[in-house]
Write a protein that binds this ligand. Structure first.
Ligand code: FUL
Length: 482
């Protein structure tokens, strides 16, 4: 396909908001699915559950936060209300909540406990509030339910400190004969903006895009600029998830959804937004804890692969850790996650590029490669206007063992890189190709097929939509069993 530079300039002119940048920098964070379902052994409660079933014996939100922090996560999002309508906080607007449960004899507030634990362990805190509510009698009556939902949102966004994510789920299993509620999305969004201007509205919202599956599947080329209509996709009833099933949870990205933002995909789209992807999956087959799944916890290798492909594939990674009936994250889940945390901290600790000498022939004056090992967007590499290719070389005096290469664009200026190669010195002054990739965006983690021993490592940007930028270059050795 011939490149249309005017179209490319349009795509690259779409930039993220500050709240979206902060969200992308959160990178890896946890989901806590916990409600009456934990005690009834279900995935979707029907709203008729008695508050009396909610009786965690030794709930400890600090254990959740500690496990998340040790696992390398930077935040937690709690299901404050799932589809069953049961509220984990003592909402003044319904009797269907912890206040009528045996938990702490009705004086508990799981939202407050989780928010406090997050603050203690340096994690961001987010709220999941299901629009579909199978308990509240006003559901399906229009404005009265929207008022109820706004009231709940207001409680959550005023009483529990700063919130980084407001997660609206599109699922609705009412079916054709069920109650039909027309959600007032714009009013919901205005409320979030007014009460928590720094929070991203996710999935059924304009800030963060659902990656399109729950299995942890990722796109090899993930673009953050996509057609605006996608931010309405999950809010449209016909497209929403209508029933819970293991098959739905295991389904991968369909081929028709694989390419959302390439030049070809955007060719006839004029209304575009910055809408980065979030990969959400559970550490277990279900979103809620089921003792029968204790032997089906995703192992370190699976988590590691999803981490590298999501955080390292221009998406964020939201991993669910469902507490058990005691109110604790099960040891098997904690063990897998802790191993991942060790990997994330260990593998990317020592950036060998900090000891390299950088050169780049195509740098625009004042935007050379010297700041590339410092995170952040204040200093970055770029070429001159109209130059779509670039080469950055990092050279060492002694050969280095390299297994991972990390690249970041300065996404403040949009997503630009279309194609790049990683090459090393072939020993005769030429280049040996180690890896060919497409998108970079917020972050690309390249895992080389095997550890390379190199004196020089180069990134060659082969094509970009407008002049390319690089904000970070990391080179790391093998880790553990690599
Ligand atoms: C889905 C829900 O139906 C699941 O129960 C879970 O909350 C998942 C994150 O989103 O749409």
């Amino acid at each position: 396909m011939a490149v249309n530079r005017d179209r490319d300039a349009l795509y690259a002119s779409i930039h993220p908001s500050e709240r979206q940048i902060a969200y992308q920098q959160t990178e890896f964070y946890g989901f806590i699915h916990f409600t009456v379902n934990t005690f009834t052994d279900r995935e979707w409660g029907d709203g008729t559950e008695s508050e009396a079933v909610f009786a965690p014996a030794s709930l400890d939100a600090r254990q959740w936060a500690r496990t998340a922090r040790d696992g390398g996560m930077k935040g937690l999002i709690l299901t404050c209300k799932h589809h069953d309508g049961f509220c984990l906080w003592p909402s003044a607007l319904t009797e269907h909540s912890v206040k009528n449960s045996p938990y702490k004899e009705g004086r508990g507030d799981v939202v407050a406990e989780t928010a406090a634990a997050c603050a203690e362990y340096g994690l961001k805190f987010g709220v999941y509030l299901s629009p579909w509510d199978r308990n509240n009698p006003s559901y399906g009556t229009g404005t009265p339910y929207n008022d109820y939902f706004i009231g709940q949102l207001t409680e959550l966004l005023t009483n529990y400190g700063e919130v980084f994510s407001v997660w609206f789920d599109g699922a609705c299993g009412e079916g054709p004969d069920g109650r039909r509620q027309v959600y007032d999305w714009d009013r919901y969004y205005r409320t979030v903006r007014a009460l928590q201007p720094g929070a991203c509205i996710c999935v059924c919202g304009p800030d963060i895009r659902w990656c399109g599956n729950e299995a942890g599947d990722t796109r090899p080329s993930e673009w953050s600029v996509v057609p605006r209509r996608l931010c309405r996709a999950e809010t449209v009833e016909a497209k929403s998830q209508r029933e819970d099933s293991a098959a739905f949870r295991q389904r991968c990205i369909t081929s028709s959804d694989m390419d959302l933002g390439s030049r070809e995909a955007l060719r006839q789209e004029d209304d575009l937004i910055w809408y980065p992807a979030e990969v959400n999956t559970s550490i277990r087959p279900g979103w809620f804890y089921h003792a029968a799944e204790d032997d089906q916890v995703k192992g370190f290798d699976v988590l590691r692969r999803i981490y590298l492909c999501s955080v390292g594939g221009n998406a964020t990674f939201l991993l669910n850790l469902p507490p058990d009936r005691n109110g604790l994250i099960h040891p098997a889940d904690a063990a897998s996650l802790t191993e991942l945390g060790r990997f994330v901290r260990g593998a990317f600790r020592d950036n060998l590029a900090q000891r390299a000498v950088f050169t780049a022939a195509d740098a625009l004056e004042g935007f050379g490669p010297d700041g590339l090992t410092q995170p952040g967007y204040d200093r970055y590499f770029r070429t001159a206007e109209g130059v779509y290719e670039a080469r950055v070389d990092a050279a060492w005096t002694e050969p280095q063992r390299i297994r991972y290469v990390v690249l970041q664009e300065n996404i403040r200026l949009g997503q630009r890189i279309e194609r790049f190669d990683v090459v090393c010195d072939d020993g005769q002054g030429g280049d040996r190709l180690l890896y060919s990739g497409t998108t970079v965006g917020y972050k690309r983690i390249v895992e080389l097929p095997e550890t390379a021993l190199v004196r020089r490592l180069s990134v060659i940007i082969r094509d970009a939509r407008v002049f390319p930028t690089l904000a970070f270059f990391g080179a790391y050795g093998p880790y553990g069993g690599d």
